[in-house]
Design a binder for this molecule. Structure first.
Ligand code: DON
Length: 586
């Protein structure tokens, strides 16, 4: 158990000896003018290069996004989708939704056999698993509307990494041994050298991807309406995929209004639907804001983990019943964020005890009945990065192919992997998806619909603080499927309730609960004595990586930036669970 931030600095590192990394300083990286944090050092450096050239936080973020598509093919992508939350130097916010959309040929039961059973893995691997990619549209939209340097400049580092190659570390070559990718000849050829697997220290070049990126830099609309769109559609048609030229032409990124709320006197700006992340985060924090958590113990103490878990359980219950694509339905977001509703939920929590999910009843009088039928349109691998510039502009971006290397399918001749985002829909009501999430009719598959996400890019600003009003204080986010929401919430609670710095928050052992399955997941390094006490309260503890040599026992990748209120310096916290990432500032 960790009682004090200072103690945390020491104990966290004995608790969280990162599985594939050397122990690093518990202090964040400090810089005066700009900061970029991402899972890959080359990508962070690409963002930094833009800031040094006079670019702003969006230029840096778009450079990182395209660079990760080259140097982190596990999740970085142009064949997937995501969300970019921007807060400009005047305090205006934009949430760029570039989530994938189901192709027109998609249907509610497309992953079921004739007996109505789910066809294993069909929504996760191979040609039928992909939604229409949104990344190129999203990054290009962000650059064109909010960047300063232009696509050619911000894509230059990515093109360079693809053309000249980048050096692979041991951790990176390990994940390229994906058994799924070995099943697809183009992926096997490019990422696995036809079985002569890359070794640590070798330089990995991607000439097809370099050519694709050059074409996008010259004209990003080619991906959706031009010759490239036709190439993608032809590849899909030839190999039994669903995405057509018309699907690509119909794709558009959307600039949406973020979810906003307060926690402990700070203002939180976060992801709206089609992400469940922001509203589930705010509902959880609203429930928790009624407690003085420090009275129940320190960071990761049984008393705190108990209450936080109970808040997650309740907010995730609402997630499954109510949330889906906002273009297809109205959602009770105001009701979910109502402090009175949070207070009513709080009354159902008994400190020191687990409430079983089975039989948990929603407080009456606050929420409408959940949808019973799919709405009709009226008319685990992801990655996060954060950037900030000297003007106070901040970007929080999470994007994804869904599982590691997405569908494992590489588009022939274009050198990029396609997503398996279709698995984020509910393929069958009541049956868990790849993340064990049981979801309702609100998230049923329909043509043109965006699957419900958990990605939670978040920016925190000051309210009435001595060092300013409406100033960016934190930028954060993480991958991890549904654990994204608990990772972001855990980070905020560690920071605001327990006084940890961003580096300590990133490295603290994680825990997660998502209502169903009714188990409290903990990372491998989560303190055993705390887990024992939680067990005694009635929790079923699932320790990640236990009895499984191949499972690293960790999840997520928090990439945070804080602003030091005293000096105005930027503090970068990079998640030490991966040893090839970097907080890069100047
Ligand atoms: O949008 C979502 O919620 C998922 N597709 C995210 C997947 C993910 O984070 C996997 N990474 N670890």
């Amino acid at each position: 158990m960790i009682r004090r931030p200072l103690a945390a600095a020491v104990s966290l590192f004995s608790l969280v000896a990162p599985f594939e990394s050397v122990a690093q300083s518990p202090e964040p990286v400090r810089a005066k003018h700009g900061m970029v944090v991402s899972i890959h050092h080359d990508a962070s450096d690409a963002g930094l290069e833009m800031l040094k050239q006079g670019g702003n936080a969006v230029d840096a973020a778009v450079a990182v996004g395209f660079a990760l598509a080259v140097v982190y093919p596990q999740a970085g992508n142009i064949g997937g989708g995501g969300f970019m939350l921007i807060r400009d130097k005047h305090g205006k916010t934009h949430f760029i939704d570039y989530r994938e959309k189901a192709p027109a040929a998609a249907s509610a039961n497309m992953y079921l056999d004739e007996k109505g059973n789910i066809i294993p893995r069909m929504s996760m691997t191979g040609m039928k698993a992909s939604g229409v990619p949104g990344t190129v549209a999203g990054l290009a939209y962000a650059e064109q509307h909010f960047g300063k340097l232009g696509l050619a400049k911000v894509m230059a580092p990515a093109i360079r990494f693809a053309e000249e190659g980048y050096t692979l570390s041991a951790g990176e070559v390990g994940s390229l041994h994906s058994a799924n990718m070995a099943k697809f000849p183009e992926s096997h050829r490019i990422f696995q050298r036809n079985g002569d697997y890359y070794k640590a220290g070798e330089v990995f070049k991607q000439p097809e991807l370099a050519a694709t990126l050059k074409r996008i830099a010259a004209d990003p609309t080619e991906f959706y309406k031009g010759k490239m769109a036709q190439q993608i559609a032809d590849f899909e048609a030839k190999n039994g995929g669903n995405i057509t030229a018309a699907d690509l032409a119909a794709y558009e990124a959307k600039d949406r209004k973020p979810i906003e709320g307060d926690y402990h006197g700070y203002h939180i700006i976060t992801a709206p639907p089609p992400s469940s992340g922001g509203i589930v985060l705010m509902e959880s924090l609203n429930i928790l804001s009624g407690y003085d958590l420090t009275k129940f113990g320190g960071d990761r103490s049984p008393g705190q983990v108990n209450l936080i878990t109970e808040a997650y359980r309740r907010a995730f219950m609402d997630r499954g019943d109510y949330l889906g694509d906002p273009d297809f339905m109205k959602m009770p977001l105001k009701e979910m964020a109502n402090p009175k509703y949070a207070a009513a939920w709080r009354k159902t929590i008994t400190p020191g005890k687990a409430t079983p999910s089975a039989g948990l009843e929603r407080p009456a009088g606050f929420m409408p009945p959940p949808p019973q039928v799919p709405p009709v349109k009226d008319h685990m691998e992801t990655t996060h990065f954060s950037t900030m510039d000297s003007d106070g502009m901040a970007v929080s971006n999470t994007y994804t192919l869904n599982f590691l290397f997405g569908s494992s399918v590489t588009v022939e001749g274009l050198g990029f992997l396609l997503n398996d985002e279709m698995d984020d829909f509910a393929s069958k009501m009541g049956v868990p998806n790849g993340f064990g999430l049981i979801q309702g009719p609100a998230n049923a598959i329909a043509p043109g619909k965006r699957p419900l996400s958990a990605m939670t890019p978040t920016i925190v600003t000051t309210k009435n603080h001595w060092y300013g009003k409406g100033k960016v204080r934190f930028v954060l986010g993480s991958p991890g499927g549904p654990t994204i929401i608990s990772t972001v919430a855990n980070d905020l609670i560690s920071i605001f309730d327990n006084g940890l710095n961003v580096q300590q928050a990133a490295d603290a052992p994680r825990f997660h609960h998502q209502y169903l399955p009714d188990e409290l997941s903990v990372e491998k390094k989560f303190p055993q004595d705390v887990a024992e006490q939680l067990k005694a309260m009635g929790y079923k503890i699932k320790r990640s990586g236990e009895f499984d040599e191949k499972n690293p026992g960790v999840w997520g990748d928090s990439e945070l930036i804080a602003v030091d209120p005293k000096t105005g310096e930027l503090l970068g916290g990079h998640d030490n669970r991966k040893d090839f990432g970097k907080a890069a500032g100047y």
